[in-house]
Design a protein around this ligand. Structure first.
Ligand SMILES: [Zn+2]
Length: 328
């Protein structure tokens, strides 16, 4: 017994000695690299409003998710060879602090979409100095899980326990109707299931509210119906001191293709003709009026405006700075 223990001791000692020698001979890392990035939020002044873009994650849009003419789509595939990041997208939600209320517009994916690449919104919100408990209202552009997944945990708990959630009645009725879900194609079923699971705890708590016209939900905010992507897809346009910002949901997915060619649709657009018509009607006004746009899938900070360029538009991004600009 004693002998076996002493053998063990010798073995352990030799191993320790070996690692010590190896450690001594290993090259010293003179400049260890850091691979973490800045927290995922960015604040922008819009009149008297403080608008904070909240990063939820990064993704890549597949060219097969776009529908355009053969010539357009051949061009996209060819361009991807030279520019592999052409269809990169991000996911964001946005916080509007009116000075009286904290309003979240869309909530990111949580754990309901994106296979772990998304779901950072709550962390971004905390990094920006707020807590989920402080949110008063969540305005939802539509009920796809990359926009509402962040509302609810997988075990059915509300992430924003004090918030009233507002969504278009047409949107809520569509995704939450068991008879519509039953008739939907098989690959659309997960969208219905997740929408229902995400909404359930808010409905139970009396915190799920629908609107069907131009009801006043928040002072200085107008509802902008943007049908096509989903039946009740809705934008929210805030005005303050002559400045406007439109939270446009999924009006555009792949901006470097669809702004030049607004007729190109995404397969996630439930009514593709209506989605294209909505873009063709909306984009000229946004360019003409220099409306600031908050687009959940635009490059971070997902804020910018449109400039007319040829037969389409180009994206004029808000550029990161570490300053709060009072004069914007
Ligand atoms: Zn989306």
């Amino acid at each position: 017994m004693l002998k076996r223990n002493s053998m063990r001791f010798v073995a352990a000692f030799m191993a320790m000695l070996a690692s010590f020698v190896a450690g001594r001979n290993a090259p010293l890392a003179a400049a260890p690299q850091h691979h973490d990035q800045v927290p995922g939020f960015y604040r922008q002044k819009v009149g008297d409003l403080e608008v904070t873009a909240l990063f939820d994650g990064h993704g890549v849009f597949d060219p097969h998710w776009l529908n355009g003419t053969k010539a357009t789509m051949d061009g996209v595939v060819e361009a991807l060879h030279e520019d592999p990041r052409l269809l990169d997208v991000s996911d964001e939600g946005f916080l509007v602090n009116t000075g009286k209320q904290l309003i979240l517009v869309d909530a990111g994916a949580g754990t309901w979409w994106g296979g772990g690449a998304l779901g950072r919104l709550a962390a971004s919100l905390r990094a920006a100095g707020y807590t989920p408990e402080e949110i008063n209202i969540v305005l939802v552009t539509h009920l796809h899980s990359d926009h509402v997944g962040g509302l609810t945990t997988q075990d059915g708990k509300r992430v924003f326990p004090n918030a009233d959630v507002c969504v278009a009645k047409a949107e809520s009725d569509f995704w939450l109707a068991p008879e519509i879900a039953a008739k939907a194609p098989k690959d659309a079923q997960p969208f219905f299931q997740s929408a229902q699971a995400i909404a359930a705890p808010y409905i139970k708590a009396g915190k799920w509210h629908t609107f069907s016209g131009s009801e006043l939900i928040v002072e200085g905010m107008q509802l902008v119906p943007l049908p096509g992507h989903t039946p009740g897809h809705t934008g929210y346009e805030f005005s303050s001191k002559g400045q406007k910002i439109l939270f446009w949901g999924d009006t555009i997915h792949a901006q470097r293709v669809q702004l030049q060619r607004p007729e190109v649709t995404a397969i996630f657009d439930i009514d593709q003709n209506a989605a294209a018509a909505t873009r063709l009607q909306l984009l000229p006004r946004l360019a003409r009026e220099h409306v600031l746009i908050a687009g959940p899938h635009m490059p971070f900070p997902a804020l910018g405006s449109l400039r007319k360029e040829g037969s389409g538009y180009s994206w004029v991004p808000v550029v990161f700075t570490d300053q709060w600009d009072e004069n914007r």
